[in-house]
Design a protein around this ligand. Structure first.
Ligand code: SD4
Length: 338
């Protein structure tokens, strides 16, 4: 196996990041704020947030804590996010990530994940059914192959070669729920109802470097072979270490259509705050799709200096944020007021 790429030397979050943040504050366009915005006008003297910081989708308290503690111990952002998401990949109660995830309509649990590193390198695995630690596997694709994505049996064989534990991902509970579903098999993904969903995580380490990971079993009872946004770089996850990063959760098909995470990073590049950028990305979806009342999408984002933002279509989504040894569940504003 060859070592494909060497990480470039980490660059500190110095003048460039600070400049971006101040520009973001100065240039945030009021017109782009979606309704229900929680963003307040911020004075130019605003304090730069203390690093390191880890944020993740939903109320994945332990996963975010693990990432935050790793960052506090001086670990690199990429190591921290992979350690963090692996908590949920092993959590049997979570039916949308890793082992215990709901299967497709034929009873197969298939996992998708991607990772992105501060140097812009990335890796992804799609439709993996033999191991739960798919974010770690995506990292191996990034670091040890000449490719960015591996899917299906190719990814599974790669995992076996690397010594990843072979696991049966379908738990007794998930199997029972699927068998129940088969009695009247209607495909109606209800995202958001329970606070267990795809985990997307972003971390900025003590060097000021940003990395991210996204891991999911996708939508319950999806068609065999269906892939959502989560392993697609630019949709489920994107970052640029000079600017910041974003991750998505929710109805993957709609995220892919607007390349949501890439969009958010580019909006931040053009001066928006993470909050304004998340709101604009949601606005892009709801203005193009009048079915938005039937699905949930949420974005979280963080810029180079550690300012964070999040926005979603429907009430019920929250974000975790770890900073200065505090791991908090943060309320997130939403677009649709029924
Ligand atoms: C997908 N985005 O596969 C994932 C599912 C998800 O909240 O995030 N559910 O489309």
């Amino acid at each position: 196996m060859m070592k494909r790429r060497k990480f470039i030397k980490n660059t500190a979050a110095g003048t460039l990041g600070a400049t971006i943040a101040m520009t973001a504050l100065a240039c945030a366009d009021e017109d782009t704020k979606a309704k229900n915005s929680t963003e307040e006008d911020k004075p130019m003297t605003k304090k730069v947030p203390k690093l390191p910081i880890a944020i993740c989708t939903w109320q994945f308290t332990e996963a975010n804590q693990v990432a935050g503690v790793a960052l506090d111990a001086g670990k690199a952002a990429l190591d921290a996010v992979i350690e963090g998401v692996s908590v949920e990949e092993q959590n049997l109660k979570n039916t949308t990530v890793g082992k215990g995830g709901a299967p497709d309509r034929e009873g197969n649990v298939t996992l998708d994940a991607c990772v992105m590193a501060p140097d812009g390198d990335c890796g992804a695995v799609l439709a993996v059914s033999n191991t739960s630690h798919v974010a770690a596997l995506a990292r191996k694709v990034m670091e040890e192959t000449p490719h960015v994505m591996l899917a299906g049996t190719g990814a599974e064989e790669f995992a076996t070669q690397l010594g990843f534990e072979t696991e049966n991902l379908l738990t007794t509970d998930s199997k029972k729920a699927w068998q129940e579903w088969l009695k009247s098999p209607e495909y109606k993904p209800i995202i958001n109802i329970e606070n267990h969903d795809t985990i997307g995580m972003l971390a900025i380490d003590t060097n000021g470097d940003i990395a991210g990971a996204c891991s999911t079993s996708g939508l319950s009872y999806k068609m065999k072979g269906r892939i959502g946004d989560s392993p697609i770089i630019g949709s489920g996850l994107f970052l640029d270490n000079e600017i910041g990063g974003a991750v998505a959760t929710g109805m993957g098909e709609e995220v892919v259509k607007t390349v949501g995470s890439f969009l958010i990073v580019e909006l931040m590049r053009n001066g928006m705050s993470p909050q304004a950028a998340c709101e604009e990305a949601i606005k892009r979806i709801v203005t193009k799709n009048d079915r938005y009342k039937d699905f949930q999408i949420a974005y979280i984002a963080m810029n180079k200096v550690g300012e964070t933002g999040a926005y979603c279509i429907h009430e019920g989504f929250t974000m975790m944020k770890y900073q200065e040894k505090k791991n908090e569940n943060v309320a997130v504003a939403y677009y649709h007021k029924p």
